[in-house]
Design a protein around this ligand. Structure first.
Ligand code: CUA
Length: 332
């Protein structure tokens, strides 16, 4: 991961992560994100000038450490006070106010969530320790951690939380928005082009906070429609004998207390909806790939890959696990 650490007297200390794969605010894929990128570069430039000036003054002071007074200005006390006020208060104050005004004029309005009546589509995303539930109002589709949106469409995201404060952030598409208990916040998602954009919870929310990531897939509108229709459907009846046995294991064990599989009696709401689990590319909010091997080790010991998550380990025989995997892998 290539990261840029930028510190300046302007912002005190600003830490910016750049170029981190497809989660970089410096690789914008929407107008809102481009505005934020421009603002970032302006802030970076001003911070560079200010810190450069501070370092230069320190260097001059060190080179002249044996000589009293300022160069050119001499030893007068009122001049010394003036210099401290100018460089310690005046310049940082002007820089901060200018950047604040720039942020407001250039970025706040541009990235603000629009009136919901003006967007053709709404998605509800709810933060949970430590995963994202995704609903598409007007349909029965419920999924988790992998959000699909149509390209070229203004999507109104309504962000809520079921527990503590989380923060929804897809840096290539827009600003972050906090998920606050008892409140619905909104942010606009818009993607120019088809692609996969990585997002991350941006508010410390507990032990597995860093493993609370998400993908936003921007699909061409036709593909998106087909995907949404698939997600809205209940699960396919298991077609093989191991998968049928696996469904019985799922319903008998604790799985069904926490997870929903639409079309079965499993109605748990603690963990992600698994109706179309096999259609997702990752498990545990992007922590591990969604393949048979990783799914098996996840069920055996969920705390190994993602310490602090809420899923308990089950005591299953090898046969039961194999059947359960056959079932879960059939849920596409
Ligand atoms: Cu959720 Cu950090």
């Amino acid at each position: 991961m290539r990261c840029l650490a930028v510190s300046g007297t302007v912002a005190g200390c600003a830490l910016a992560l750049g170029g981190c794969g497809s989660q970089s605010a410096l690789e914008p894929r929407s107008d809102a994100a481009r505005t934020i990128e421009t603002l970032w570069w302006w802030m970076f430039a001003v911070a560079c000038v200010v810190i450069g000036g501070a370092v230069l003054l320190l260097l001059i002071a060190w080179l002249r450490r044996t000589r009293p007074g300022f160069p050119l200005l001499g030893e007068r006390e009122d001049v010394a006070t003036g210099v401290v006020v100018l460089f310690g208060i005046g310049i940082p104050g002007v820089a901060l106010i200018a950047l604040f005004a720039l942020a407001n004029l250039a970025a706040i309005d541009e990235t603000e969530a629009p009136d919901p009546a003006t967007t053709p589509m709404t998605i509800e995303v709810t933060g949970n320790q430590f995963w994202w539930e995704v609903r598409y109002p007007g349909t029965t589709a419920i999924t988790a951690n992998e959000i699909h949106i149509p390209t070229g469409t203004r999507v109104n995201v309504v962000a809520r939380t079921n527990d503590v404060i989380h923060s929804f952030w897809v840096p290539q598409l827009n600003r972050k928005i906090d998920m606050i208990p008892g409140q619905a916040n909104r942010v606009l998602l818009f993607a120019d082009e088809p692609g996969r954009y990585r997002g991350q919870c941006a508010e410390l929310c507990g032990l597995a906070h860093s493993q609370m990531a998400m993908y936003v897939y921007a699909d061409p509108p036709g593909e998106f429609r087909a995907w949404l229709d698939r997600m809205a459907a209940p699960r396919q009846e298991p077609s093989s004998e191991p998968a049928r046995r696996g469904q019985r294991v799922f319903l008998r064990e604790a799985c069904a207390d926490c997870h929903t599989i639409r079309g079965t009696p499993a109605r748990g709401e603690v963990g992600p909806d698994l109706t179309h689990l096999a259609s997702r590319s990752t498990l545990a909010a992007l922590t591990i790939p969604n393949d048979r091997e990783h799914l098996g080790s996840w069920i055996r010991d969920p705390q190994e890959a993602k310490p602090g998550n809420r899923m308990p380990a089950l005591e299953l025989s090898d046969r039961e696990l194999a059947d359960l995997l056959a079932y879960l892998r059939s849920l596409d």
